[in-house]
Design a protein around this ligand. Structure first.
Ligand SMILES: Cc1cc2nc3c(=O)[nH]c(=O)nc-3n(C[C@H](O)[C@H](O)[C@H](O)COP(=O)(O)O)c2cc1C
Length: 420
C-alpha cells in the first residue's frame, strides 16, 4: 500500500491562526490507501457513531434522512431544550434534517467538544469543529486526540477542512467521515494572513476552478453531506465580485448540499457589517440551491430577523454563541412564536460555566484548560452586573480549583455580601 502523505508537507494547522490549543508537533504521518473507496456522490449513509476508521465499513442500505432533534438528556432541570414541535421551516442539508433553520458555525479555538456539547444541550441541532488543515486529518495521532473525535453526546457534528490540494482534501474528508463526522464543510473563507499566504482558505476565492475541483473530489470521496463555506469575494472590487458570482454559478450547477456564505469579503476580516442584501441576491439567483448565511448574528432577534427577511434557507450562528449557549434556546422560542424564556439567573450562568469548565478539563491538561476557559469566562461574565469586579478574579485564577472558587464566589450570590 503506497503512502499518499506528501513527504514534504509541513504539519501546520489553521487552528493556530486563531489561537487554538491544537498542536501538531507530536503527530506523525500514517499511510492511507492510495485509492479511497469511491462512492456514488449522492449516496448518503448514517455516520454519527464514533468508530475506529480502520474498521469502519460503509452501510449498504440508505437509512434515509437523519432527523436532528435535540435528544441529549439534561444534566440539571431547566437546562436542556426538549424536542418539541417541528418548526415549519427546518433546514435540510443532504440527509441531515434539522428541525430549525440554524446551527452553530465552525469557530476555531472555541467550537471544541465542550462548546459543542453545550450548544447541543441548549437546542442547537448541528455543530461543527473549528477548521482543520487537511494534512492534519491524515495523521493517525491527530485523529486519536480526544477533542478531534465526535462523541454521541454532541452528535450530529460536522468537520470543517482547509487545504488547496483536491486529492489531500478528498482523503482528509474520507478520514473524517470514517471517524464519525456527519458532514464535511470546505473552508474557502478563512482570512488569516498565514492561511492566505499559503494559498488556502479565502485565497482560493481567486481560483474558481480549483474550488470546483476540490468540491468535486471531496463529494466523490464521501457519502455524508458536503457544504462549501465562502466569503463574498477577496475584496470589494468588481473583479473579485465577478469571481464570487462565477464561483456561485459553477458550484450551484453541481448542487452541493449547502453553500454557506459569510457576508463579508476576505479583506474585511470581521470589520464592518455583513452584506445580507447580497446574500439575499445569491438566493434569488440560485433558488434551487440551499444557501446558508453568516454574519453579525449576535442575538436571537438578529437570527430571527435574518431568517424571516433574507429569503435564505438557514443561518449559521458564530460569535453570538460564545459564552452564550442560551442563544439556541431563545432562537427556538422566538421562531416558534413563543415568549422568550427569562434570561438565566446568575446562579444558572455559574452552573453552566462550571459544567463548561469540567468538559474542557476532560479534553485538555489543566495548564492548558484554565487559560482556554478564560476566553469563555470573559463572554459569560458579560451577564454579570458587576462584570468589572468579577472578571479580574476569573482571569487571575491559575488552577481549575481557583476558577471554580471564583465562579462560585461571583455567580452564586456570595459576592453580594462582599464589598465591591
Ligand atoms: C474566533 C473565530 C473563529 C472562527 N473560526 C472559523 C472557522 O474555523 N471556520 C470558518 O468557516 N469560520 C470561522 N469563523 C467565522 C464564523 O464561522 C462566521 O462566519 C463569522 O464569525 C461571521 O459570523 P458572526 O459575525 O455572526 O460571528 C470564525 C470566527 C471567529 C470570530
Amino acid at each position: 500500500m503506497a503512502c499518499s502523505f506528501p513527504s514534504n508537507a509541513r504539519h501546520t494547522s489553521c487552528w493556530t491562526a486563531y489561537d487554538s490549543l491544537s498542536s501538531e508537533s507530536t503527530v506523525r504521518p500514517f499511510c492511507v490507501p492510495a485509492k479511497w473507496p469511491q462512492q456514488a456522490p449522492h449516496a448518503r449513509r448514517r455516520s454519527h457513531e464514533v468508530g475506529d476508521y480502520h474498521q469502519a465499513r460503509p452501510c449498504t442500505t440508505d437509512p434515509g434522512p437523519i432527523a436532528c432533534l435535540p435528544h441529549t438528556p439534561p444534566v440539571k432541570a431547566g437546562w436542556a431544550v426538549s424536542a418539541g414541535t417541528r418548526m415549519p421551516n427546518g433546514l435540510r442539508i443532504g440527509n441531515l434534517d434539522l428541525d430549525v433553520p440554524f446551527y452553530q458555525a465552525p469557530l476555531s479555538g472555541y467550537s471544541d467538544r465542550a462548546m459543542r456539547r453545550l450548544a447541543r444541550r441548549f437546542g442547537c441541532p448541528l455543530t461543527f469543529t473549528g477548521v482543520l488543515l487537511d494534512k492534519v486529518a491524515l495523521h493517525r495521532g491527530a485523529m486519536r486526540k480526544l477533542h478531534l473525535q465526535p462523541v454521541p453526546e454532541e452528535s450530529p457534528v460536522g468537520a470543517q477542512i482547509l487545504g488547496a490540494d483536491p486529492q489531500t482534501m478528498a482523503q482528509a474528508a474520507a478520514v473524517l467521515e470514517q471517524v464519525g463526522f456527519c458532514a464535511i464543510d470546505l473552508n474557502f473563507a478563512c482570512p488569516a494572513p498565514k492561511v492566505l499566504r499559503r494559498g488556502r482558505g479565502g485565497a482560493l476565492l481567486d481560483h474558481p476552478r480549483r474550488i470546483l475541483e476540490i468540491y468535486q473530489r471531496v463529494r466523490d470521496a464521501v457519502s455524508v453531506p458536503v457544504l462549501v463555506k465562502l466569503r463574498i469575494g477577496v475584496d470589494s472590487g468588481p473583479a473579485s465580485r465577478e469571481g464570487f458570482w462565477e464561483i456561485c454559478e459553477r458550484l450551484a450547477s453541481e448542487r452541493p448540499d449547502a453553500l454557506v456564505i459569510h457576508g463579508r469579503t476576505v479583506g474585511k476580516m470581521y470589520r464592518g457589517r455583513a452584506d445580507w442584501a447580497l446574500l439575499g441576491e445569491v438566493k434569488q439567483r440560485f433558488t434551487d440551491q440551499i444557501i446558508i448565511g453568516s454574519g453579525d448574528l449576535m442575538t436571537p432577534q438578529d437570527v430571527a430577523r435574518r431568517i424571516h427577511t433574507s429569503g435564505l434557507d438557514g443561518v449559521a450562528i458564530a460569535r453570538g454563541a460564545i459564552g452564550n449557549p442560551w442563544i439556541f434556546r431563545d432562537c427556538r422560542a422566538l421562531l416558534a412564536g413563543q415568549a422568550p424564556a427569562p434570561p438565566p439567573t446568575l446562579e444558572e450562568v455559574g452552573e453552566v460555566m462550571l459544567q463548561h469548565l469540567e468538559w474542557i478539563l476532560e479534553l485538555y491538561p489543566e495548564h492548558k484548560a484554565v487559560p482556554f476557559f478564560r476566553k469563555f469566562a470573559a463572554h459569560y461574565s458579560k451577564r454579570h452586573p458587576r462584570r468589572k469586579a468579577a472578571l479580574p478574579d476569573l482571569m487571575a485564577a491559575k488552577t481549575a480549583e481557583q476558577v471554580r472558587q471564583a465562579i462560585r464566589h461571583w455567580f452564586n450570590g456570595q459576592a453580594e455580601e462582599c464589598p465591591a
